[in-house]
Design a protein around this ligand. Structure first.
Ligand SMILES: Nc1ncnc2c1ncn2[C@@H]1O[C@H](COP(=O)(O)OP(=O)(O)OP(=O)(O)O)[C@@H](O)[C@H]1O
Ligand SMILES: [Mg+2]
Length: 381
């Protein structure tokens, strides 16, 4: 029986913990706050700051897990690199400490993708306001400005060409919402894409890389709200995206599921970024597939063979987000939503609410029924 230490215990961690428990693992769920979703189902919970070197190092040593599985980006990756180098301890960082380290910073994964020849939006970096203003002017096109360390769209802005005032605001917004203490932003050409996808890509120890059917998603303010799977066909572009996903995941190495994000524009497949772990847009696979992205990640990290990924039904989902701060809240309208055929809701049981915090998700047969079900949900605080 493997002992798994989960670094991050949100809704994705909870589903992974369930998949691991079904396969007989012992799961230790860690996060910065009590009663995080994965702690509802784990064998043990640990509360500490995963960015703190001494705390993270100390807890990994005392738990002594077979597998350390990062579920979030905000982790002290230098500790993971050290821990992986200590071969005597016989522990695996999932999928690899290098993958976790490179993907924590947008600049490092973006540079690596470009080095191995993946097409990306034109981009450059700035470490101060003057450099950023000069960059926006040089690029001369609509751009997206993002802190190099952030997730879920935090600190992102779009700047139109020639709008120096918006560029200045974008810098301050990025600096106020970044992780870490060294300001640095990526300034990226805005891609007017036809649609965007996540390709869930699974690297296996004893078999070829396999892929889930493409997940198409819609982001609002840089944060995922709607995704769908099984309703559209990318044609030959799907194979192209798979080949690109294989290139970058082979480069990062290790075993497990990666969420590789692409923009599709005019027959072009453009690499955006990737997660070395289950992806939020892939929560939908709980509804659509025989093995969800969490079941697949669990199998890949335990070196169990994955013989088939079957789509049981097409589907779509809509997240349920809070819009207020409160220590208590109630999600209403679930029975009205569930009264429709094919609608299933899931609540994450987070202890409190704050604006935009994801509290649950609605699964439905297609986007319009997911939106209709979402209309029936309200939250009281
Ligand atoms: N260059 C771009 N052109 C057009 N849209 C973009 C660009 N970069 C980002 N976006 C939009 O913003 C969304 C979030 O961007 P990105 O994935 O880089 O940020 P993130 O903070 O890592 O988000 P998450 O953690 O939720 O994946 C993208 O899915 C896309 O909709
Ligand atoms: Mg993203």
């Amino acid at each position: 029986m493997k002992k798994v230490m989960l670094l991050g215990s949100g809704e994705l961690g909870r589903e992974l913990a369930i998949s691991l428990k079904r396969l007989g693992c012992t799961v230790i769920a860690c996060d910065r706050y009590e009663n995080a979703p994965a702690m509802q189902v784990a064998d043990k919970a640990l509360i500490f700051n995963m960015l703190n070197d001494a705390q993270l190092r100390g807890h990994i040593k005392s738990v002594d897990p077979d597998l350390v599985v990062p579920e979030i980006e905000a982790i002290n990756t230098a500790v993971l690199l050290d821990m992986e180098a200590d071969e005597a301890a016989n522990r695996t960082i999932v999928p690899s400490a290098r993958a976790v380290d490179l993907t924590m910073n947008r600049d490092r994964i973006r540079d690596r993708a470009a080095e191995i020849g993946l097409p990306t939006a034109t981009y450059d970096y700035a470490e101060n306001l003057e450099k950023m203003l000069a960059l926006c002017e040089d690029m001369g096109c609509k751009v997206v400005v993002k802190p190099v360390m952030s997730s879920s769209g935090k600190g992102q802005s779009i700047v139109e060409p020639g709008d120096a005032r918006a560029a200045q605001q974008a810098w301050h917004h990025a600096v106020e919402n970044m992780r870490g203490d060294r300001p640095k932003v990526i300034v990226e050409e805005f891609i007017d894409f036809d649609y965007e996808i996540t390709l869930l890509t699974i690297r296996q120890k004893n078999a070829d890389t396999v892929y889930c059917p493409v997940v198409q998603h819609q982001q609002f303010d840089g944060d995922f709200k709607i995704s769908e799977q099984g309703h559209f066909d990318m044609g030959a572009l799907e194979k192209k995206a798979q080949n690109m996903a294989k290139l970058i995941t082979d480069d990062l190495g290790g075993y497990g599921l990666y969420g590789v994000e692409f923009f599709i524009r005019n027959g072009e497949v453009i690499f955006s970024e990737l997660s070395p772990r289950p992806h939020d847009t892939g929560l939908l696979t709980l509804y659509t597939q025989n093995l969800s992205e969490f079941d697949l990640h669990a199998r890949a990290i335990l070196h169990l063979p994955i013989t088939d990924i079957v789509t049981l039904r097409p589907g779509a989902c809509h997240t349920i987000n809070a819009d207020s701060y409160s220590d208590t809240y109630t999600v209403n309208g679930i029975s009205e939503a569930e009264a429709e055929v094919g609608v299933e809701t899931m609540l994450f049981g987070k202890p409190d609410a704050y604006p935009n915090r994801r509290l649950g998700i609605i699964f439905a047969p297609d986007i319009s029924s997911a939106k209709e079900a979402h209309e029936k949900i309200s939250i009281t605080y």
